[in-house]
Design a protein around this ligand. Structure first.
Ligand SMILES: [Zn+2]
Length: 324
């Protein structure tokens, strides 16, 4: 009997599911609204329906599916299969794995989305040829995942690689986690947007105000990037500064992990030409010669598929390691 793997990428607004063959090629995929506002039971119902749709489209039965991998925003307990809570989803201590296994009868594994994305890039993306890599997603927040000797390094209770919450400057801005000066408070899309609004409110950037039709609240990282591409010096400086602090974070990653590769993904990377050179320069200043010598920094390759391919990699991780 042919065997298959399922991946499900759970987001605050949409659910993506895909069915893959034993080589990790996606055969069918489906998408549904999360409908987070309708509550926990409805979200789970939507997840189950998305998976059933994917299987129906492919004409594959549940019995032919080896494992379902789920990538979800956290914090969560991957070993217990529990989502602890999430700011975009209305749930607390949800036994997600148990509920999915009961409903579908398919062995299910859960990982946080940044860890899943790291696995996706390792097995299907930019990290295919290396055994040791760190993945960083730079989007609304900054998350990470480390692959050490081909395996995801999760930490004892699943909290490893919170690189976004490593402190870069204790006198820096307040972070959502309560600390001051976390990497996330300098270089995430959210923090870039915040800096941009502050600059516009202080009358420093007419360009950003124009692009936002004079509504300061509408200024975000995307508008800041547009202004920078149109030559607005303040916007350019905001990205360069974000790049500088990202470079400190990357230098720390190089010194701590000594991996062959660091892969950068997430929405903010769409504007990478505005900050990456600065980030790499700072990284090289901070990193020690030994680990710096062997590390390569690459952009993620999976693009908008990273969530889904990450979830499939979660489902296939054991098989992929054995097959190598
Ligand atoms: Zn923080």
């Amino acid at each position: 009997m042919k065997e298959y793997y399922l991946g499900l990428d759970l987001g605050g607004t949409k659910i993506l599911a895909g069915l893959a063959d034993a080589q990790g090629n996606i055969i069918t995929r489906s998408r549904k609204e999360t409908e987070a506002e309708l509550g926990e039971d409805k979200i789970i119902e939507n997840m189950i329906e998305t998976i059933e749709e994917v299987l129906n489209k492919a004409g594959v039965s549940k019995e032919q599916v080896r494992t379902l991998g789920i990538g979800s925003p956290g914090p969560l307990d991957a070993k217990k299969g529990i989502i602890i809570e999430n700011s975009n989803l209305p749930w607390k201590n949800v036994q997600l794995v148990k509920k999915m296994e009961t409903a579908l009868g398919i062995n299910t594994l859960l990982k946080n989305d940044a860890n899943a994305a790291a696995l996706g890039e390792k097995w299907f993306g930019a990290g295919k040829k290396v055994d040791n890599m760190v993945y960083l997603t730079i989007s609304t927040g900054i998350g990470g995942g480390a692959i050490i000797n081909k395996e995801l390094f999760s930490g004892v209770n699943d909290n490893a690689c919170e690189i976004g919450h490593t402190v870069i400057d204790p006198d820096g801005p307040l972070c959502g986690c309560g600390n001051h000066g976390c990497l996330e408070s300098f270089s995430s899309g959210t923090s870039i947007g915040k800096r941009a609004r502050e600059a516009a409110a202080a009358g420093k950037s007419k360009k950003m105000l124009d692009l936002a039709d004079n509504i300061i609240e509408d200024i975000d990282a995307v508008i800041c990037a547009q202004a920078a591409y149109q030559g607005d010096q303040i916007a350019i400086d905001i990205f360069e500064k974000a790049g500088y602090y990202l470079g400190i974070g990357l230098g720390n990653v190089v010194n701590i992990f000594n991996t062959e590769m660091i892969i950068l993904g997430g929405g903010v990377m769409k504007a990478s030409d505005l900050f990456l050179d600065q980030a790499l320069k700072t990284m090289k200043d901070i990193a020690l010669p030994g680990p710096l010598e062997i590390v390569t920094v690459k952009e993620a390759e999976l693009g908008s598929d990273i969530g889904l391919m990450g979830a499939i990699a979660v489902a296939m991780e054991d098989r992929l390691i054995k097959n190598e």
